[in-house]
Design a protein around this ligand. Structure first.
Ligand SMILES: C[S@@+](CC[C@H](N)C(=O)[O-])C[C@H]1O[C@@H](n2cnc3c(N)ncnc32)[C@H](O)[C@@H]1O
Length: 252
């Protein structure tokens, strides 16, 4: 994020209101830095309260329960490499069925919270970057890959880099499960914007101290997910719900 970012007003919304973002803030390295800074400081300040309430969402608990159930089934009995494990909430979910879960997380405040949680003995966490997994846990073998809440913040220009490095750490025939929330609440929609000439969608996130962060917030369609993952996988399953999307596949 450029130094000016904190002094500007909000980035433009999807209707094009507000000032144009500094194009330097949209480069992959700036987005990477902003993402780490946001997640580190979110633990300190907390998110700015939503301006627009979501309203009733009676189907949300059932969709979430199905996603968790399918995550656990996909990872059952596997030695799982998880990227972007955050505070470990999804790690602990899949640890109920997985043989082991090794979570990789880049924001050190998140990692500290994960470690301080009540973790089962088959869960461990390591500091690391999802884009640089080569030297993480050397010698460890994984037959499950898992990522919750990561791919939507990954610039499309880095999908190939991320997936190549992630898959390289998994055994042949490994099962991969990825899931992300969808920015469908009225508050999230009000903070989304596109920029001409860029394929990613962006979101302005604000912490309660008033600081702002531009991050990628992609919301792939079923066709997008098929196009990205079909060439790399066997038995791809794609589900796009109202609140989350998730995919399951096997590595050839
Ligand atoms: C939306 S949170 C999801 C956390 C957790 N997986 C969950 O479902 O509760 C996204 C997490 O991804 C982490 N993250 C973002 N970019 C990363 C990267 N390049 N390498 C590792 N972790 C990353 C963030 O620090 C944050 O903890």
């Amino acid at each position: 994020m450029s130094d000016q970012m904190h002094d500007r007003g909000p980035a433009p919304d999807s209707l094009g209101r507000g000032p144009a973002p500094d194009s330097r803030d949209l480069e992959p390295e700036s987005l990477h830095r902003a993402t780490i800074e946001y997640y580190n400081l979110r633990q300190v300040h907390g998110d700015m309260p939503h301006r627009i309430p979501r309203g009733p969402a009676p189907d949300l608990p059932a969709e979430q329960a199905r996603m968790v159930r399918e995550s656990q089934e996909a990872m059952r009995g596997r030695r799982v490499l998880e990227v972007a494990s955050g505070t470990g909430s999804a790690s602990r979910e899949i640890a109920e069925t997985a043989m082991s879960v090794t979570g990789i997380e880049i924001a050190l405040n998140m990692l500290d919270l994960a470690a301080a949680n009540d973790n089962p003995s088959n869960v461990s966490y390591l500091a690391g970057d999802a884009f640089d997994l080569g030297s993480i846990a050397p010698g460890r073998r994984f037959d499950g890959g898992f990522a919750a809440g990561f791919l939507h913040t990954c610039p499309a220009s880095r999908y190939a880099e991320f997936l190549h490095g992630f898959h390289a750490r998994l055994e042949q025939g490994a099962v991969v499960f990825m899931r992300s929330s969808r920015p469908t609440s009225p508050d999230a929609v009000s903070r989304l914007f596109m920029v001409e000439g860029r394929t990613d969608q962006f979101m302005t996130r604000q912490l309660s101290d008033g600081s702002e962060y531009i991050m990628v917030e992609n919301d792939p369609t079923e066709e997008d997910l098929q196009r990205i993952f079909e060439p790399l996988s066997n038995n791809l399953m794609v589900h796009v719900g109202n609140y989350w999307w998730w995919i399951r596949y096997e590595l050839p």
